[in-house]
Design a protein around this ligand. Structure first.
Ligand SMILES: NC(=O)c1ccc[n+]([C@@H]2O[C@H](COP(=O)([O-])OP(=O)(O)OC[C@H]3O[C@@H](n4cnc5c(N)ncnc54)[C@H](OP(=O)(O)O)[C@@H]3O)[C@@H](O)[C@H]2O)c1
Length: 261
């Protein structure tokens, strides 16, 4: 595909929020964030991985997987969404800030899926910096949250996992429409397997990591012919490559359905 788009970025987050036209070089990549194709939500997953499909070393942190351009892309994704979502595994392993620091743009709300109330009160994503902070939990997990932190409490799925569609519906009910599922593997895989992503951005770094955490853990399929084959655009990001995968064909309706598809 074409060149790596770098110009006029600062206009993009605001243009998406006001419905204004995007600078042309950003339209192919960020135009799909304008509105959902299936319902009124736009849900995008992202993963930064090595050539051998790893998102982290066995015990390590994520920041050495992607280079500067891959990380800038992640921060652009954060800047255009209302909320960025991670699982409690990533919150505990990386203690991320989930702010926009490498590009221009506003900080999104920060959401952690923590069904059993394990999040530490001093986690950096809970910092009171003006962004909304939300913990998705089950009704039974009653750990107190710091002042100002919102709780989206979902019915306890009887020891099973929360349905990603129910998580999205809960987030839509508190006002979020553009949502980034940032990871980790367990969380992202759940949304992918449940048909709850409109798009998946996979940024592949030119490194081979060896043993480490795989980028996805999905149910087995019997035959390669049954593989999901999304429409894909590739965009070079320096020496990394972004695969922008359109998953709208298998996306479940979660929010307000479009009248015609
Ligand atoms: N390279 C990248 O792009 C990237 C991005 C993010 C993270 N990471 C890496 O990913 C690793 C962590 O990933 P991970 O897979 O171990 O953990 P994770 O996905 O961050 O968190 C998984 C946990 O979140 C909760 N959870 C998520 N979805 C749920 C659902 N539908 N229902 C109920 N609970 C749900 C569960 O908590 P309970 O265990 O309490 O049930 C689950 O065990 C770290 O090494 C981090 O560095 C890499």
């Amino acid at each position: 595909m074409g060149e790596s788009p770098v110009d006029d970025w600062s206009a993009v987050p605001q243009a998406l929020r006001t419905g204004a036209a995007l600078p042309p070089c950003w339209e192919p990549l960020f135009g799909p964030f304008r509105e959902g194709t299936i319902d009124d939500l736009v849900v995008v997953g992202q993963v930064g991985q090595s050539l051998d499909g790893r998102i982290a070393t066995i015990g390590g942190r994520l920041e050495y997987i992607n280079g500067a351009e891959g990380i800038a892309h992640l921060h652009r994704l954060r800047a255009v969404v209302d909320a960025v979502v991670i699982g409690i595994g990533t919150a505990m392993c990386d203690d991320p800030q989930l702010t926009v620091r490498h590009v221009a743009g506003p900080n999104p709300a920060r959401v952690v899926i923590d069904p059993r109330g394990k999040l530490a009160a001093d986690a950096r994503l809970l910092a009171d910096d003006g962004a909304r902070r939300v913990v998705v939990t089950t009704r039974g997990a009653g750990a107190a949250l710091p002042p100002g932190v919102e709780r989206v409490a979902l019915p306890d799925p009887d020891g099973g996992r929360l349905d990603p569609a129910a998580i999205l519906a809960g987030l839509a009910a508190v006002g979020f429409r553009r949502i980034l599922i940032e990871g980790g593997a367990d969380t992202l895989s759940g949304f992918l397997a449940a048909g709850c992503l409109d798009r998946l951005h996979v940024v592949i770094a030119p490194i081979i990591l060896g043993s480490g955490r795989p980028s996805c853990t999905l149910p087995a399929i019997a035959d390669a012919e049954d593989a999901l084959r999304p429409r894909v655009r590739t965009v070079p990001l320096g020496d990394e490559v972004l695969f922008d995968c359109d998953l709208s064909a298998q996306r479940r309706v979660v929010g307000q359905a479009k009248k015609s598809r």
